[in-house]
Design a protein around this ligand. Sequence first.
Ligand SMILES: [Zn+2]
Length: 175
Amino acid sequence: MPASTIAIAGLSGSQVDVIDNSLITFNPDEQAAFGWTTATADLGTGGDTALLITNVSSSKHLHIARAFIWVDVHTQILFTTPAFATFTGTAVTGIPLNRAGISIAPATAFADETGNGSDNVFARTSSNELTTGQQGQWIELDGKLTLGYRDSFGIDVVADSAAFYTFVLGYFHDN
Ligand SMILES: [Zn+2]
């Protein structure tokens, strides 16, 4: 494409570019990006929380960019921001996506978490038909879900499922 000049208030220099006809902004905070992914588990009767992530930094926000879930039953899937509690489940380690950046996420995460109250459902979706069209579900949050100290993000499966996979991408940002 022909060269062009683009000006955006608050963004300058290498933070903004045009690549393949798309305007791309580079968020320096994404240098502290992490991925959380769960091993599968049987969530038991009545479903449960497939993955719960809690920001434990008092100096950094955790912004959630997007999340994915596949589950083996036709079910409603809830996206929640539960109140802080004594969380328990299978510990999940956040994996740094910037391999040259900080290596340990200031967050706790659990698969098959059973201690939260599924509070503040802010979005819901559904798994699809299971026999011939198995696909996971994505939710795009674009970093707009902001977790402060001891705020959490949960992905709940409502029906009784025996298997699931999740992936959450988020990044930390100084308060
Ligand atoms: Zn922030």
